[in-house]
Each structure stands twice: as C-alpha cells, then as structure tokens.
Design a protein around this ligand. Sequence first.
Ligand code: NAG
Ligand code: NAG
Ligand code: NAG
Ligand code: NAG
Length: 436
Amino acid sequence: MKTSPMLSPLVLFLLFSLAKGLNPNCDVHEHGSTLKVFHVFSPCSPFRPSEGLSWEESVLQLEAKDQARMQYLSNLVARRSIVPVASGRQITQSPTYIVKAKIGTPAQTLLLAMDTSNDAAWVPCTSCVGCSTLKPFAPAKSTSFNKLPCSAPQCKQVPNPTCGGSACSFNFTYGTSSVAAGLVQDTVTLATDPVPGYTFGCVQNATGSSFPTQGLLGLGRGPLSLLAQTQNLYRSTFSYCLPSFKTLNFSGSLRLGPVAQPKRIKFTPLLKNPRRSSLYYVNLVAVRVGRRNVDIPPEALAFNPATGAGTIFDSGTVFTRLVEPAYTAVRNEFRRRVSVGKKLTVTRLGGFDTCYTVPIVAPTITFMFSGMNVTLPPDNTLIHSTAGSITCLAMAAAPDNVNSVLNVIANMQQQNHRVLYDVPNSRIGVARELCT
Ligand SMILES: *[C@@H]1O[C@H](CO)[C@@H](O)[C@H](O)[C@H]1NC(C)=O
Ligand SMILES: *[C@@H]1O[C@H](CO)[C@@H](O)[C@H](O)[C@H]1NC(C)=O
Ligand SMILES: *[C@@H]1O[C@H](CO)[C@@H](O)[C@H](O)[C@H]1NC(C)=O
Ligand SMILES: *[C@@H]1O[C@H](CO)[C@@H](O)[C@H](O)[C@H]1NC(C)=O
C-alpha cells in the first residue's frame, strides 16, 4: 500500500494519540504485585478509538474482533494453521485489556495486552517492520538487554526457531498476523517487582492486523510463560478483576502471586489438555436459565483432549461463545422466559440474534461447573444501548466460518468478578467483586 505524502487529519490524530501514551491522570502508582488493568476503550488507553464510536459501533467492533479471536482459538486447539478470515473487512483481534510493564534499564514503559490463552511475552522493537507503534522498545537504550544465543535451552521452546548470526530468532502466527522476533532477555518490572533476565520476543517483523500495538503479556501456563519464568516469585498464581466497558473510567487489577488472594471463593478444577497445555480448560456441566437447566447434548460440553473440545476461560474474547447446540438451547430458553405472557419481537444486531427494542425482564444465567455454580447478573449477560433502545443477549454461537468445538467463557461474562487462577492446586476460582 502506498501512503500519500500528506497525512490525513485522521491519521495525524491517531499518531498523536499513540505518541501521547498513557494519559498522565492515569499514570497511577502501582503497589506490591498488583497491576492496574485498563479496557482498551478506557480514557486511560492510548489505543481507544480516536473518534468517539457510537454504542452500536463499539459493540459491533468488539463482536467482529471476537470472530477473529474464535478463529484463532479454534485453530489453536485443532492445531490447524491459520486461515485468514473470509471477509474484505480488516479485522483485528488484539485482546481487550491492557497492563503497564516496564522493560529494560532504565525502564521503558509499554502497555501490553493481557492474554490468558497465550504463553509468550513479546514487544515491538526498534526498527520493526510492520509494527504500528511509535514508541517501540529500544534495546540499544537498555544496559540490561541481551540476545539469547541459538544454544540457549529457551531457543528450543519457541516455535520455528532459526539462527541468524548466532542469535536465536523465531516466528509464529497470532490471529491473522505473522510475526518474526528475536529471542531476548531483559529486566521486566510488573508493578514493583523487577524480574531480571526475563525471556521474551523482540518483534522485528509483523504482517497483518492482529498484532497488539505495544505487545503481549501471555498469562498461559506453558513453557516460557510468565508463570513458568516467575515460579519462585508468583508460584503460578494470579487473579484479575476486569472492569466493565460500561464504566470505562474504572480500572481493574491483575494481582500476581498467592499473597492477598481471596480466601472465600468457589473453585472448579482446571483440566489439562496435553495438546494445548497453555489453555485454561474447565468442566462446564450445565447451563441454567432462570430456574431451568437447559437441555444441552452432553457432547456439546464434554472435554475431549483429542479434538480440543470443551470449555475454556479466556481474557481476550469479549462475548461468550457456545458451540451451536448449546447456544441454541440457552437462547431458546432465554427467549421463552423473556416473552412469558407477552408478545415480543426478537431482532438482530450484528452477530447477536436475541435482541429486543422494548425493555425486558431477563432471567439470570448460571454456568454450572464441576463444584462451582456461577450465577451472572444481567450486567454480565445483557448489552444495552446507551439510549436504552435496544437490549441483546451478550452471547453467541461460534461464527459460521469457524468450525469450533470450543465453548469460551469470555471477558464480558467475567467483568466485575475476581477470577483466580491457582495452577499449583489445579483450580480456578470465581467470586463477585466490583472492580474500581
Ligand atoms: C518461519 O520459520 C520457518 C522455519 O524456520 C521458515 O520456514 C519460514 O519461512 C518462516 N516464516 C516467515 C514468515 O518468516
Ligand atoms: C517481513 O515479512 C515479510 C512477509 O513475510 C517478508 O516478505 C519480509 O522479507 C520480512 N522482512 C524482514 C526484514 O524480515
Ligand atoms: C470519567 O473521568 C473524566 C475525567 O476524570 C470525568 O470528566 C468524567 O466525568 C468521568 N466519567 C464518569 C462516567 O465517571
Ligand atoms: C449448583 O446448583 C445446583 C442446582 O441448584 C445444585 O444442585 C448444585 O448442588 C449446585 N452446585 C454447587 C457446587 O453448589
């Protein structure tokens, strides 16, 4: 693509927003091992859309990103290589929540996307081709930076390692992007904890639109993950509270390590899929709408490591996606309950097929996991337009072009809850909490 020598006002505005970085009012001091978590649309996020989007536009944008996210996750579990989304539209699927990390000596601040379904950490580095950030990480300015040699054991844990000179490089796909990076080490500081010699990818080349602007912090549990590299410090334990995108002024928190985690919280066991060890699988046994358990064929919920089928918690998908028969059963019962004694017309909005243009009384939805029932209040199951003119059930079936076997408990359904990932005890906990 050729760029015109005259930058359009929109591009200038965008460049300005990116250069500005974190709004100074948002430059909060972080304490101990707790990081602030911002929604990408938050006033504190430099990545928020430069033009005020209408409610409908933002919902549709998030929903479109989810389609790419679902494709990414489905390909991940099925070990298929990536197929670009069949659409002329440019769809990015970078995750929805960001945290601040300081990298190098002296520290350079980057805002990394949080992704529980990914292991690696990577940031765009100076001279990256195809990275859109104006302030990439500058290795030359850090006195603690090192490139890892090909002989380093970590070089065997990355996908497609290659040796350029003697330094280890690797490449991988993320969503619809393909990315090439050098394997490097530097001090990474999360909240107030410095982690010296942290191994991550220094991105040199990225194509496609899925690449998170300032990089990624993978919270998966595989080799080279944050959990694996900070085993002594954080004991493979973390929790987060994700703020609702209805209260964008609020930040949530990412709390690392076993200290200060909630004691009174319900747990469900984590399941291990040896084919995809980094994903957080759980056993969803039933879904209740109001007081009725809906009739879902057991195979729609069953965990199957061979096909990757089952249910995961994911921080990067926005709206919960259920496999087709499970979604249809939930939606039908939801519609039945909403229209008891009334004649209501159901409409669509983008990928949402259960919307109403009059106020409704919605039933609660309970996800019943092994040992843990999570009953969601309407704030977690309904999206309302700001004008109050349309209300939709905030869930969907897997998109048509994605042959998905995965149920994904997504971030809208996790908002204003503390979700505790306790890997040593192989369990995940959920408790209501207002993130502020
Ligand atoms: C990624 O690495 C593999 C194996 O080293 C190589 O064959 C392939 O060309 C690389 N792809 C890109 C896009 O660099
Ligand atoms: C970047 O990737 C593109 C597409 O894979 C490739 O054509 C190009 O040579 C790469 N550039 C560098 C500097 O690696
Ligand atoms: C969000 O914060 C801005 C700036 O601090 C303030 O002007 C605005 O009223 C706040 N909005 C809400 C909904 O609290
Ligand atoms: C979940 O709810 C069902 C139905 O009310 C109940 O039978 C079951 O014991 C509950 N499970 C837990 C772990 O509380």
